[in-house]
Design a protein around this ligand. Structure first.
Ligand SMILES: NC(=O)C1=CN([C@@H]2O[C@H](COP(=O)(O)OP(=O)(O)OC[C@H]3O[C@@H](n4cnc5c(N)ncnc54)[C@H](OP(=O)(O)O)[C@@H]3O)[C@@H](O)[C@H]2O)C=CC1
Ligand SMILES: Nc1nc(O)c(N)c(N[C@@H]2O[C@H](COP(=O)(O)O)[C@@H](O)[C@H]2O)n1
Length: 232
């Protein structure tokens, strides 16, 4: 159980953030059509043990729309209390009301902007308010640092980030990721439009890169697991 370990701490008023993802050898986290079943059975078990051990789990809205994830602990024996609080980063309140993430398996927090020019924004906001906890922040884009502070105050001390690639890049660029646990599957799918582990706007030069320390690597079934700490 990782909750009891002291190494999962950061100095700021924010959760310790672990990015977990599965990618193909060519760095893709989904194919060009959005198909994303990458991990082998053993890796999925590892992922669900991690979900059980964290306080919260966060994804971007495009992941909710593409995958309709549950984000619960359901691949290992578990109780309802094992499910982490689910968090969606969703500027324009686009989370579909029939999403599995809104099930009563756990609390769901949807972070949306304070205002949006989008048609029906207010109406969508009001509907979501009835089925989820709403966190308001930012004018056009969620302020991720404010969101992290809010989650910390809510009691989320360890947060698992489960993608997708746009949110992954924003989080690491803002210095909000502490650790990465990456499953590399022995597969190649190609495609210049296929999502990679980090997309977003990217950096211009190598000297801007985020540097990592490899702390652990091991085989798990057919897959390779790499664990890194982000150098501060
Ligand atoms: N293999 C794996 O391990 C995983 C694969 N995936 C795959 O990733 C793909 C989705 O990734 P992607 O399309 O990049 O989308 P994301 O899931 O990263 O969602 C990105 C969206 O989040 C919203 N957002 C709000 N605030 C921010 C912020 N501050 N920074 C960044 N984004 C913000 C924006 O949407 P808006 O402005 O509209 O609100 C943005 O377009 C899917 O195909 C999914 O299957 C996902 C997770 C894991
Ligand atoms: N670790 C991992 N391996 C894969 O192969 C994946 N496709 C993902 N995807 C993430 O898991 C979500 C689905 O979760 P549920 O099983 O529905 O709870 C998906 O949305 C991605 O965040 N992860």
């Amino acid at each position: 159980m990782i909750k009891k370990q002291n190494s999962f701490k950061c100095d700021d008023m924010r959760p310790y953030v672990i990015l977990n993802a599965a990618m193909t050898l060519d760095g893709k986290i989904a194919t060009k059509t959005g198909s994303s079943e990458i991990s082998g059975e053993e890796d999925l078990k590892r992922v669900h043990e991690l979900r059980r051990d964290v306080d919260g789990i966060m994804v971007g809205i495009n992941t909710v729309i593409a995958d309709d994830p549950r984000l619960t602990v359901h691949k290992i024996p578990s109780k309802k209390q094992d499910n982490p609080i689910r968090v969606v980063v969703d500027n324009k309140a686009r989370t579909p009301l029939n999403s599995r993430i809104l099930s009563d398996d756990a609390e769901t927090i949807i972070a949306i902007t304070e205002n949006s020019n989008e048609e029906d924004f207010k109406e969508r906001h009001q509907k979501l308010e009835k089925v989820a906890t709403i966190f308001l922040s930012g004018k056009k884009q969620i302020n991720l640092k404010d969101l992290m502070e809010y989650l910390y105050i809510k009691g989320i001390k360890i947060l698992m980030l489960e993608g997708g690639s746009t949110l992954n890049f924003s989080m690491i660029k803002e210095g909000l990721i502490d650790e990465l646990r990456i499953c590399i599957a022995p597969m190649v799918v190609g495609g210049h439009n296929s999502k990679t582990l980090f997309d977003g706007e990217g950096f211009d030069f190598m000297n801007e890169a985020i540097n990592l320390d490899l702390i652990k690597n091991y085989r798990l079934g057919k897959d390779l697991i790499l664990e890194y700490k982000v150098k501060k």
